[in-house]
Design a protein around this ligand. Sequence first.
Ligand SMILES: [Cu+2]
Length: 242
Amino acid sequence: MKSLHYGAFVMGALAVLNVAILQRNVEAAPSAAGGVRGMIKLDGLAPHQPAIDMSKEPNCAAMHQDKPIRGESVVVGPNGGLANVVVFVSQGLTGNQVTHSDTVTMTQKGCQYLPHVVAVDAGQPMKILNADQALHNVHPAPMKNTEWNKSQQPGAAPFGVTWTNEEVAIPVKCNIHPWMRGYVVVVKGPYSVTDENGSFNLNLQPGNYTLTAWQETYGTQTQAVTVTAGKPATVNFSFRAK
Ligand SMILES: [Cu+2]
């Protein structure tokens, strides 16, 4: 009994010690990378987005029966945050930056591209998926990359694609469903795509940078920012509604 208690005591003490060591490691971890965060807002009223008629493709129409899908050229959240804006570094990268090796996915679901805007690092693997019971045809229209055009049957395996050259932005359409439209934004280095809160976050080494924010209807805006170690910088963008 006594030794059992002793054992439990030792285990407990070890656990406390472990936690202490872990905490110390967390605190002592060097924070070389700084960050830039911010909000992207729409200044003014978002344009009316008509509901999309998908009756041509009953499978997809049925999926949106309760909530029709609207155009996505301007998507604003409840707090005025502008969604689907890509923020990236257009000047100041030193080659010391994060490179992306994870695979980015664009899914065709309910006859929409999810997400509507995909950002990708030049050379980063990307895959395209058909989650619908409908035939799709993926047709990007790049200017600085190779154009292609691929059909994808329901249940077909995803296919991979990489983009060699930076290009902001490549429109993607489906030749079968004219309402389907998405964008692939090919950048170099870190990027962030805003959600409906309009917020973004970039991890950057200390230095001076120019950030560019791209939105499909309103175009691009740039701002300079200085990143210092361990202290997040804030940059906000505002696009004027038109
Ligand atoms: Cu389609």
